[in-house]
Design a protein around this ligand. Sequence first.
Ligand SMILES: Cc1cc2nc3c(=O)[nH]c(=O)nc-3n(C[C@H](O)[C@H](O)[C@H](O)COP(=O)(O)OP(=O)(O)OC[C@H]3O[C@@H](n4cnc5c(N)ncnc54)[C@H](O)[C@@H]3O)c2cc1C
Length: 500
Amino acid sequence: MLKKSLWSSFATDPEKYPKLNKDIAVDVAIIGGGITGITTAQVLTERGYTVAVLEARSVGHGTTGHSTGNLYIIIDELLSSLKSKYNKDVVIRVIESRKAALEKIEENVEKFGIDCDFSRQPLFLYEDVNNIKILEEIKAAKEINLAFTELAEDFPFEQDNGIKFDHQAQFNPLLYVLGLAASIDKEKCSIYENTAVRSVEEQKDRVLVNTSEAIVAAKYAVHATHTPKGLELQYHTTLGPYREYGVAAKLESTSHPQGIFWGYYKDQKYSIRSYSRGDENYLIAVGSPHKVGQAENNQKHVEDLVAFIQEQFIVGQITHTWGGQNYKPADLLPFIGRKTKNSREFIATGFSTDGLIYGTLSANIIADKVEDKFNRFEDLYEAARHQPAKSAKKFVKENVNVAGEFLKDLSFKGDDKDLMEIPPGEAAIITRDGEKVAVYREPNGEFKIVSALCTHMACMVHWNNAEESWDCPCHGSRFDTSGEVIEGPAYNALPKKIIE
Ligand SMILES: Cc1cc2nc3c(=O)[nH]c(=O)nc-3n(C[C@H](O)[C@H](O)[C@H](O)COP(=O)(O)OP(=O)(O)OC[C@H]3O[C@@H](n4cnc5c(N)ncnc54)[C@H](O)[C@@H]3O)c2cc1C
């Protein structure tokens, strides 16, 4: 079972927010308190709007608090992939928009005195076997006049096929979001935790956002839940949900490499960085991805990552292990803006692993749309766009994969295992009275039994043995062993089942 993210060890949450238990009315209801929701709340409040942030769990502890905390203007899939789909002007504007968001984060850190260890750092890309990726990146960077330098001799890894982009940045993402939340004007913005939104109803002149205990009436609603909830099919079918893992370690040596390091080892990417706070020094590695709900053995992915870090460094102790999710858009660009033309609902999703910047960028784009103001980047990320040519190959790939998961489930013969055959601490899908149920046996021998069909689109969930959760292989919804939603597009819990 994974431990927890490194960032949560340093979060002495400055505020604990209440649960919403009465109806309220505001200008804008924001669903989700990660970097996207909190930055959007900060920008809108500063512009004079009243805002309510409704967070299902606790502020910042979603994907934001499970990220690597790197801030950079290129993208995870590299400039060369963008260049293969778009013209030079689009690539330049993506970089400009990301640079503006990075500067916004730096400005917020200074303006609000947020203690989150923000520092400017270089980003290094290097490759172990051949130099193809790097050569393509050099070509793409030159084409848009983006400055880089070749790796210097004192590069801390064995490989030296690589380049460096200066003036990127790093921070502690959880401390940043908690600090930003604490800086927001409380007269205009209320933040609620443990307040899960169950449905959103758009009417002619307002939106009703329903939680289990109250209704928020608003002029606009922002879905800042990482991926929109419910059956927003046009988005979920063009987003590939992936899970990857993070490991933090204390090293034997006192020297820790400084910067953002993206290493390509036989086509596997690892992201490596150091983090220091007070007297504590850590080395972090993030990688070992797979599609959500489609790994045979999630724990093996974590073990592979641990083995990688142990090969590269002299590790004293592995202190933290965690998992995180991302949604890759088929056409490489996120969806930010109105859900559909003239809608009162806004979405911000498809950030891949670049969302600390894209989440911040979303705040400005959405705030401008609320004000009916032009934003110079709105057309790039238009949420209601349809780019069949740009998405075609990846769309087909992702959806063949999803279709495969449906078929796998339909042809699944069922497992007539007796409950008592499931060892404590393990789980199985079994068939009872023609119905698939997901059974987890607790270490004390007791059973937790829930429906095995995802409440989003009825795909069958799979057991994640690293995080002890039921994960849906189709669109990435995840549920705990009691069936409660952890993340993903599903609104509702897996119904509890009783087996006589
Ligand atoms: C392993 C990993 C490493 C990454 N590293 C980086 C990096 O170095 N740099 C970078 O730029 N990006 C990185 N990313 C991507 C980045 O972390 C995310 O894109 C970003 O944090 C998304 O922020 P968010 O606010 O949109 O979502 P989240 O932080 O997930 O916030 C969404 C919030 O919505 C809440 N919520 C969900 N459902 C409901 C509901 N029904 N009602 C109310 N609230 C709800 C959740 O509890 C959650 O708190 C990484 C991602 C992963 C997985």
